[in-house]
Design a binder for this molecule. Structure first.
Ligand SMILES: [Ca+2]
Length: 340
C-alpha cells in the first residue's frame, strides 16, 4: 500500500513540476491565446485537486486496510482461543464420558454378579436358608448384602413350625429384658436372639419388603398355646413411622392385631398413636398403638401370680382379655409364597 501511495505522490509531484515549468515559460505564456491558457490553469487546478483527493483517499484506504488487518488478526486470535477452549471442553467431556462409561460397566458387572442373588438364592431371611437345606431351628448369621442394602444380621430361624422358614422378629419368654424402650432402640433392635428380643424396626421393614406372612404364637401360664397368622404383613420404613399393614387373619387366638392395622409405631419417646393418651407410656412398650390396645405383645412381663393384675402386660384380648399377661410370645415372618 505504501508503495502505491508513494508512486501516486510521485506522479502528483511530477505533474506539479511540469505545471510550474510550464507556468514559468514566458514565451509559451505569451504565445498561446487566452482561452487555452485559462483552460490549462483550470485543468492544472483540477488535477491538483484530484491528486489531493486521491492522496487523501489512498491514505484513508490505507488506514482502513490497516485497521481491517488488525481486526482480522484479532479475530483470528479470538477464534484460535475459542478453538482451544472448545478442544479443552471436548477433552473434558471425553474424559467424563469415559469415566461414566467405566462406572456403567462396573455397575453392569455388579448387577450380573448379584443377579442370581436377587432370586431365591439370596440369604436375607430364614426362608432362603431353608431352601439352601438349613433345616435345623436356631441362630443364623445372615451375610451383609450391599446390593440389597442389608447389614450382617443375627437371626433366629424356626425351621419346624408349619413348614419352617420363619425368621423371628420378637420373643418373650425369659422376662429379664425390659421392652419399655425408646424409638432408637426399637429401630435397631435389642435383647438376645436366643432369649427375649426385638429384631429392630429397620430389619423388620427390610424383611417384609417382599410380600410376607406373620405368625404369632402365644402361650399362657397353664401351658396352653394359641396362634394368629396374617397372610399379608408389612411395615413401612422409618419415614412412615414403621406403619403396620396386615390382612388375611387365620388361627385360634383371635384377631387382636386387626385393631392395630394402619397405625404408626409408637415408643415411650414418640407418641404416634391415634389417641389423646400416650399409649406407649401407659402400656409400657413400643407397638403399633391405636387408642390404645387390643393386644400388647411388647408390654411388661409379669410372672405367674402377678400376670392378671395389670393392663400393661403382654396381652392378647382375643384370648385372655385385657389383664392377662402371657407367659410366652413369638412373632415370626416368612415370604408369602414360601413352599417348604
Ligand atoms: Ca397420643
Amino acid at each position: 500500500m505504501a508503495k502505491i501511495n508513494l508512486s501516486v505522490v510521485a506522479v502528483g509531484l511530477t505533474l506539479l513540476l511540469l505545471a510550474e515549468t510550464w507556468a514559468q515559460n514566458p514565451r509559451k505564456r505569451l504565445a498561446p491565446p487566452k482561452p487555452p491558457k485559462a483552460q490549462c490553469c483550470d485543468e492544472l487546478r483540477s488535477l491538483k485537486v484530484q491528486v489531493a483527493n486521491l492522496t487523501s483517499l489512498l491514505e484513508e484506504l490505507s488506514r482502513k486496510q490497516e485497521t481491517d488487518l488488525m481486526n482480522v488478526v484479532r479475530q483470528i486470535m479470538e477464534l484460535d482461543q475459542q478453538n482451544r477452549q472448545q478442544e479443552a471442553r471436548v477433552t473434558e467431556a471425553e474424559s467424563k464420558y469415559s469415566e461414566i462409561n467405566n462406572r456403567v460397566e462396573i455397575m453392569q458387572l455388579q448387577t450380573l454378579q448379584s443377579a442370581p442373588q436377587t432370586s431365591s438364592d439370596a440369604t436375607y431371611d430364614c426362608a432362603a436358608l431353608y431352601s439352601k437345606s438349613y433345616k435345623i431351628s436356631g441362630e443364623y448369621k445372615l451375610p451383609k448384602d450391599d446390593f440389597l442394602g442389608t447389614p450382617e444380621l443375627s437371626v433366629f430361624c424356626d425351621m419346624e413350625t408349619n413348614g419352617g422358614g420363619w425368621t423371628l422378629i420378637q420373643r418373650r419368654k425369659v422376662g429379664l429384658t425390659s421392652f419399655n424402650r425408646d424409638w432408637k432402640q426399637y429401630k435397631s433392635g435389642f435383647g438376645s436372639i436366643r432369649g427375649d428380643f426385638w429384631l429392630g424396626n429397620d430389619n423388620i421393614f427390610r424383611l417384609t419388603r417382599q410380600p410376607s406372612t406373620l405368625r404369632i404364637e402365644l402361650e399362657d401360664w397353664e401351658g396352653r398355646t394359641r396362634y394368629a397368622e396374617y397372610g399379608f404383613f408389612t411395615v413401612g420404613n422409618e419415614l412412615n413411622s414403621y406403619k403396620l399393614f396386615l390382612a388375611n387373619y387365620s388361627g385360634n387366638a383371635g384377631d387382636s392385631l386387626r385393631y392395630h392395622n394402619n397405625t404408626n409405631f409408637s415408643t415411650n419417646n414418640k407418641d404416634n398413636d391415634k389417641c389423646v393418651d400416650d399409649c406407649a407410656s401407659l402400656r409400657k412398650g413400643g407397638y403399633w398403638y391405636n387408642c390404645c390396645t387390643d393386644s400388647n405383645l411388647n408390654g411388661v412381663f409379669y410372672r405367674y401370680g402377678e400376670h392378671t393384675k395389670n393392663s400393661d402386660g403382654i396381652t392378647w384380648y382375643g384370648w385372655h382379655g385385657s389383664n392377662y399377661s402371657l407367659k410366652k410370645v413369638e412373632m415370626k415372618v416368612r415370604p408369602m409364597g414360601f413352599q417348604p
